[in-house]
Design a protein around this ligand. Structure first.
Ligand SMILES: [Zn+2]
Length: 381
């Protein structure tokens, strides 16, 4: 699946209007076109049905039937992860998404789709361009979410065979060297055009070390800035293996970028810049639509927050408040704060950075936001 397609789906999920029927969000790890652990799937599904009323059970079972049927008949042989969102009732909804990258086993039941794992995947794998150079050929491919989605350009260097027969050895060697450099420069020109046209921000060079280092030496500065890594692969490697070799190095580079954003956040917090940290501040900023980038730890887990069923005021407190601070009502319902913040951020087209390891972000409470402008005190806009 391409990045822009996933973005569209995430947006749909983040803005799906609530109905009385809940949404099942089901994430599963796949292996060889099958669910990796059927028992886990059964257990997780059973767990979310505990404590439901008859009417609720009816809708949830219907929604689950659609998922089970889909899982039986429609898994792709090379998919490694699936996310399915299903809701029964008057305004039924069903969206299955399969990926070449793994997803965790996780099932939830909620009034809105739980999109965190999709958002995390979107941030981790993103998309990039790989230029694969061997002694005989060169290829440029685009990788989206762990799979090659487009072969952008390919050229075979068949010159060697031809001249070998027709020219003297001496003539060939001189020609070959000049021709080699010209070949590399031409490739880089094409690479430049592709990156410009596709708006790509990340580039990986892969292939025979002699070739990749020659390409690297000829890269203009603005392409060097986009270069994430140089990966060695052997000449016999199939295109798929070559791409798999680049995924790990991309994921690593992406984590480093996320850590830099976390450090920028920390720096802004400590110098009174446009930023907030912590659950309460971040939730408020999202509600006021002032967030440019939401930054959170991958394992951030704030637990529930509370919403008043009468006036809709949300309270971000670990402990359930006795009554709504706004209207005094005692009808309070809990909601998953992390999911809600991610949903708000996606619905507003904010950037989201998921960081796996950041001391700076741990100190800020695991979550924070870079703002577009200053938060206002008092009434929410
Ligand atoms: Zn209230």
């Amino acid at each position: 699946m391409e990045m822009k397609e996933l973005k569209k789906h995430v947006r749909t999920l983040a803005t799906l209007p609530e109905t009385d029927a809940p949404v099942i969000s089901c994430y599963l790890e796949l292996f060889n076109g099958k669910i990796k652990s059927r028992d886990t799937y059964k257990e997780l599904t059973r767990a979310v049905m505990v404590g439901l009323s008859e009417q609720e059970l009816y809708n949830v079972r219907k929604a689950q039937e659609s998922i089970t049927e889909y899982l039986l008949n429609n898994l792709l042989p090379d998919a490694k992860g699936i996310a399915v969102f299903s809701r029964a009732g008057d305004d039924a909804f069903f969206l299955p998404l399969q990926f070449r990258v793994p997803l965790p086993n996780w099932v939830s039941l909620s009034s809105t789709p739980n999109i965190y794992h999709l958002v995390e995947m979107k941030d981790t794998y993103h998309r990039y361009v790989v230029m694969i150079s061997t002694k005989k050929s060169a290829r440029i491919v685009e990788v989206n979410l762990g799979e090659v989605t487009a072969q952008l350009w390919q050229e075979r260097k068949d010159l060697r065979e031809r001249v070998g027969r027709e020219w003297t050895k001496e003539h060939y060697q001189k020609h070959s060297k000049e021709r080699g450099l010209k070949f590399i420069k031409e490739k880089i020109k094409i690479l430049e055009q592709i990156i410009l046209a596709g708006g790509h921000t990340h580039l990986i060079l892969a292939g025979h070390p002699t070739m990749t280092s020659r390409v690297r030496n000829e890269l203009p500065r603005h392409l060097l800035e986009k270069l994430v890594d140089v990966v060695t692969i052997n000449a016999q490697a199939k295109s798929v293996n070559a791409v798999e070799a680049t995924i790990a190095s991309f994921v690593e580079a992406e984590e480093i970028e996320s850590q830099l954003v976390a450090e920028l956040l920390s720096q802004k917090i400590h110098t009174g810049g446009l930023a907030v940290a912590g659950a309460e501040g971040s939730f408020k900023a999202l509600k006021q639509r002032q967030v440019d980038t939401l930054v959170l730890l991958g394992n951030y887990s704030p637990g529930p927050a509370w919403i008043c069923e009468i006036c809709g005021t949300a309270t971000v407190k670990k402990k359930r408040p006795d009554a709504c601070a706004e209207c005094g009502s005692i009808s309070l319902k809990s909601f998953d704060l992390k999911e809600e913040m991610v949903r708000l951020a996606e619905g507003q087209d904010c950037l989201i950075e998921v960081v796996n390891d950041s001391e700076a972000l741990v100190k800020l409470g695991g979550i924070g936001c870079l703002l577009r402008y200053q938060l206002q005190n008092g009434c929410a806009g």
